[in-house]
Design a protein around this ligand. Structure first.
Ligand code: HEC
Ligand code: HEC
Length: 576
């Protein structure tokens, strides 16, 4: 028996077609667990490869698992209690979600490939990628309409939802939910295939201060309902989820019961499950305002909040009235009686009894109760320690009325000083400031809180770069770009060393508004390929825009480059 150790951190759970078993994707232990749902017990656990992020059943004896850090999907054979890995199919950079296609005679699966903004169609008989469908930035969840016709893809950056024909793979429609929408979660589709429901946040863009947080003017949590297949604007509706004084943090996944009676939404930040009687939801015809409608709050029969603890994420119905939730921080699955709004059973997957310092930091990072009235957590702006790609006017930078792009925190412990202006020399002080000033938390951070958060931040490293050649070396174009970077273009003066930064701040001519600082600290250039917005106010949407328009070599001490040289330079920047 192979031993699996450490925190399990399940992200997703899938119930077998016959309803007897479920499999969880245990993200931090690189394993899957098979659970007998009738007995309510784990049957076995098996290592599956690095970063299992989603799981789906193909039939009662086969399941497919996305491996985010191996750029592959593993095919699992399940015979009795025995799990074995049959095959791995390479799918592309950072697969994040998977669903089975409805055409069962020729089994196909769709995989959201978040690193390259595509959906891969897997031919499961041949075990190869048959086709790639281009979608928006960072596809994070997929859903198929019960009538088998539509594939819905939600993209977490940019707030876009795509609808494709699930048989011909042709694009049908593309909808942007609203400006400044982000962190799209797991989509649910109504049983009659008429509409999909997407959880997400809305960045209201007001300065991050007490008054605006209390009014719901900083970050709102919402559901959007889009008619299928068109997503027509006039027919879209949004529902606010937050209660005044007691908001909902980090709505993550939606699920609808097979009869359409119940809608569930997990909220990782406030450790709860929202239970709606779906047909009675009063979808507002226009702007949803800042809060959840009073008529829901005052009617227990239509809406309830169930405290689950930990960080509830993936959720699936087992039958018409029972659902199962993957709880990341509890290292457990929770079976919920939806009609009674109660936890029936907690199935522990393993893991340490006492969390270590890093895990305590991770718990704070995902905890919306650390913010005023629980509207958001560190994760809301820095999803999984990366970036939401949204800009905020946080007031920790001694300037007012300046929107700043949320930086990725991957590799952050190596890149002192911190903040765009580079005035912050101490990472412990930086995280305290985030807790007190950005989050306006009522619980004063202890020394141990700051220690724990920094310990967690030190675990956030860059992912393997997908733009390197097969042998892990630079491609030829990138090698030429490296030459230019270090000589003619003059970039290494400010971006150097293993993290491509320097401790000083420079005026590179980008602090334009009167309230904005003129000087900025060169951001680390590692992991540029995984970011979709650039520069301190997020003004550039591509690396081409950075280098050709805002940050041209000839304006910052280098020589101007030819078109071909610029392309080589960008090839290098993507490989860092
Ligand atoms: C409302 C969105 C938001 C929330 C919530 C938030 N941050 Fe940030 N964070 C930002 C923005 C915007 C910046 C850039 C600020 C600046 O440069 O002045 C930033 C900067 C940082 C930095 C400096 C990074 C660097 O490379 O310079 C760290 C570290 C950080 N945040 C950690 C945290 C932690 C820990 C939490 C939770 C306690 C948190 N943040 C909560 C938006 C947010
Ligand atoms: C004089 C110092 C300096 C030089 C030289 C320099 N940079 Fe920068 N770089 C900066 C600063 C400061 C910023 C942040 C500016 C801002 O956000 O307003 C930056 C930002 C960037 C960004 C955006 C990163 C992000 O995460 O948003 C990229 C990409 C970049 N530089 C690449 C280059 C390249 C390529 C060169 C060479 C052609 C170069 N830089 C030369 C100082 C420099």
């Amino acid at each position: 028996m192979t031993v699996v150790a450490g925190d399990r951190s399940p992200l997703a759970v899938a119930v077998s077609p016959n309803g007897r078993f479920c499999v969880s994707a245990n993200y931090t232990s690189d394993s899957v667990t098979l659970v007998d749902l009738q007995k309510g017990e784990t049957v076995s656990e098996h290592p599956c490869g690095r970063g299992p992020s989603d799981v789906v059943w193909m039939d009662d004896r086969t399941a497919l698992v996305c491996l985010q850090h191996e750029d592959a999907v593993a095919v699992l054979k399940i015979e009795g209690a025995r799990i074995s890995i049959d095959k791995r199919i390479a799918v592309g950079d950072e697969p994040s979600a998977i669903v089975m296609s409805p055409t069962r005679d020729e089994p196909r699966a769709f995989v959201a490939v978040s690193g390259t903004d595509e959906v891969a169609v897997l031919d499961l008989s041949e075990q190869v990628v048959e086709q790639r469908i281009a979608v928006g930035q960072q596809p994070c969840s997929l859903a198929l309409s019960p009538n088998g016709r539509w594939l819905v893809t939600a993209c977490s950056l940019g707030g876009e939802v795509f609808v494709h024909d699930a048989i011909s793979y042709k694009s049908h429609s593309r909808r942007v939910l609203l400006d400044d929408t982000g962190n799209l979660g797991v989509v649910a589709i109504l049983p009659d295939s008429s509409a999909c429901i997407v959880p997400h946040i809305v960045n209201r863009t007001f300065p991050v201060n007490i008054e605006n947080i209390e009014k719901g003017w900083v970050i709102d949590n919402r559901l959007s309902k889009l008619p299928l297949p068109t997503g027509e604007e006039w027919n879209q509706a949004q529902l606010g989820l937050d209660k005044r004084g007691d908001a909902v943090g980090d709505a993550y996944a939606a699920a609808v019961s097979p009869d359409g009676e119940w809608l569930l939404v997990t909220c990782g930040g406030t450790h709860e499950l929202l239970v709606f009687r779906q047909p009675t939801i009063p979808w507002p015809p226009a702007d949803p305002g800042d809060f959840i409608p009073d008529e829901l709050l005052s009617d227990d029969d239509r809406f309830r909040r169930l405290e689950l603890g930990g960080r509830p994420l993936g959720v699936e119905f087992i039958d018409g009235r029972t659902a199962i939730v993957a709880n990341y921080l509890l290292n457990a699955l929770q079976v919920v009686d939806v009609a009674k709004v109660s936890i029936v059973r907690t199935i522990r997957l393993g893991g340490p009894v006492q969390p270590n310092l890093e895990r305590r930091g991770e718990t704070i990072f995902y905890d919306a109760d650390r913010s005023l009235n629980s509207w958001f957590s560190c994760h809301t702006c820095h999803p999984e320690g990366h970036t939401s790609g949204l800009t905020f006017d946080t007031l920790n930078d001694r300037s007012y009325s300046t929107q700043k792009l949320t930086p990725s925190l991957r590799g952050v412990v190596h890149t002192a000083p911190w903040t765009w202006q580079g005035w912050q020399q101490d990472l412990h002080a930086a995280v305290r400031q985030s807790l007190t000033s950005t989050m306006q938390g009522r619980q004063p951070p202890t020394n141990e809180d700051a220690e724990a958060l920094v310990a967690f931040l030190s675990t956030l490293e860059h992912f393997e770069n997908p733009h390197l050649a097969g042998d892990g070396q630079l491609t030829r174009a990138a090698r030429r770009g490296k030459q230019l970077f270090e000589s003619k273009a003059g970039c290494a003066k400010c971006h150097r060393g293993p993290h491509f930064t320097t401790p000083e701040a420079f005026d590179v001519g980008l602090g334009l508004s009167p309230t904005d600082s003129k000087e900025h600290n060169p951001p680390s250039l590692r992991g540029l390929y995984s970011r979709r917005r650039f520069l301190h106010d997020g003004r550039a949407r591509t690396l081409q825009q950075v280098i050709n328009r805002h940050h041209r070599p000839e304006d910052i001490g280098g020589e101007s480059l030819t078109g071909e040289e610029l392309q080589d330079l960008i090839a290098y920047l993507r490989s860092i």
